[in-house]
Design a protein around this ligand. Sequence first.
Ligand SMILES: C[S@@+](CC[C@H](N)C(=O)[O-])C[C@H]1O[C@@H](n2cnc3c(N)ncnc32)[C@H](O)[C@@H]1O
Length: 206
Amino acid sequence: MSGPDRAFWQQRFVEQHLPWDRGGANPQLARWLADGTLIRGDRVALPGCGAGHEIEPLARAGLEVTAIDYASAAIALVARRLASSPEVRATLVEADVLAWQPGTPLDAVYEQTCLCALHPDHWIAYALQLRRWLRPGGRLCLLAMQAPRPGAREGRVEGPPYHVDINALRALLPQSDWQWPKLPYVRIDHPSQADWAELALVLVRR
Ligand SMILES: C[S@@+](CC[C@H](N)C(=O)[O-])C[C@H]1O[C@@H](n2cnc3c(N)ncnc32)[C@H](O)[C@@H]1O
């Protein structure tokens, strides 16, 4: 398997070395809840949920949340936090996002820096998963990591995070399968490095 594996991510959580972690929910989540992109009753998945700071606001807003991560230490961390708020209901799943399937198609996927955690060799398989998970009309709320690397000029593939180039993204999630939003896109600073950011995109599955 190319790129980081389960043991790599598990170790990050065991050592609490989580440079990507904001320590709270991404500010874009509140905007998507406020503007009706994510609505009460939606069945939403959070692939590669990590510390899962978005689970609680989503569940409190009345969404049915399934959070998935294959690092058991990440799932244990989320479980510990949720245990102190028993009114917050969410399903936690320890699984590989390249294999997991929902029981029934979802209304939404909240994709925050899981794509950029996967080596690009797995991007096509992951993009097919995202399409498979969603019902037609379902929304992919995507925070696409902008982390360009100088080595790319020589053809090196460097990460994680792997830079989610907009051209690659258009090829991965083509217009024939997804309705793309119009420009401009909101850009959100990322905690791990000053010049890195996420582009917030909502794609609708055709
Ligand atoms: C960069 S972290 C992002 C965590 C969280 N989404 C956030 O933004 O704080 C990537 C997460 O994806 C998880 N991950 C990576 N590859 C995975 C896979 N194939 N299946 C499930 N989880 C995976 C890692 O364990 C890690 O928690």
